[in-house]
Design a protein around this ligand. Structure first.
Ligand SMILES: N[C@@H](CCC(=O)N[C@@H](CS)C(=O)NCC(=O)O)C(=O)O
Length: 213
């Protein structure tokens, strides 16, 4: 029995949920908010962050650790390709997304424009958002434009590399940030291909319902 701890609007939680769907595994979600975790949550997630996952009592935290565990235990290299060079590329893109891309689309964009007003009922620091959009996001998208494939996905078939990038950039879209499809055309087309995948469409649909509610 697999339980995922975390809310699906978190890009790291969404990454794990989509990975579980790719592996066609059954799971339940315990919608723990990292802002109000239940007592004892640190026993499952020592840093107090989401996602965490429990598999028959075996608890692990961090989306990358979780995805690697799931692919090793249940996958046949669906999340990380078998070929070493392709797998290494997936590790790098996943790392870049979860650190650098998350840094520019997490707190100074999605948190400010969505979490702050919707869930915390606080004012948005729009100046901080605008500065971030002007100065910090473009170099990251420039790099992703150079790394995005013109056809298919980063490692050929859909892998954790694509899931990591798209899970974060979906949140940028929810925060009303539209990627300039002329300046970043390869990236825009690549993202569209990912969003059309059934595993993504399912979560995009349910995210919409959560955000509307
Ligand atoms: N590297 C972690 C990052 C997880 C993360 O930062 N989660 C955020 C929610 S999107 C969180 O729990 N933040 C609460 C905190 O930093 O205390 C992963 O890949 O799982």
């Amino acid at each position: 029995m697999i339980t995922v701890y975390g809310v699906q609007l978190s890009p790291f939680v969404r990454k794990v949920l989509i990975s579980l769907d790719m592996l066609e595994l059954d799971y339940t979600v315990n919608p723990v908010s990292p802002m109000d975790p239940p007592a004892g949550f640190k026993a499952i997630s020592p840093l107090g962050k989401v996602p965490a996952l429990e598999d028959d009592g075996f608890a692990i935290a961090d989306s990358t650790v979780i995805c690697q565990y799931l692919d090793e235990k249940y996958g046949k290299n669906q999340l990380y390709p078998a070929d070493l060079k392709a797998r290494t590329k997936a590790w790098w893109i996943e790392e870049y997304a979860d650190t650098k891309l998350a840094e520019v689309v997490g707190m100074p964009l999605f948190f400010e424009r969505v979490v702050r007003p919707t869930f915390l009922k606080q004012e948005i620091n729009e100046q901080l958002v605008e500065d971030n959009i002007k100065h910090n996001i473009p170099p990251v998208l420039d790099y992703l434009e150079s790394a995005a494939p013109k056809t298919e996905f980063v490692c050929g078939a859909l892998s954790v590399a694509d899931i990591s990038i798209a899970s974060l950039l979906i949140n940028a879209a929810y925060a009303d940030y539209e990627i300039d499809s002329k300046r970043w055309s390869t990236l825009s087309n690549y993202l569209e291909r990912i969003y059309q995948q059934p595993v993504f469409r399912k979560y995009i649909e349910s995210d919409k319902q959560i955000l509307q509610a």
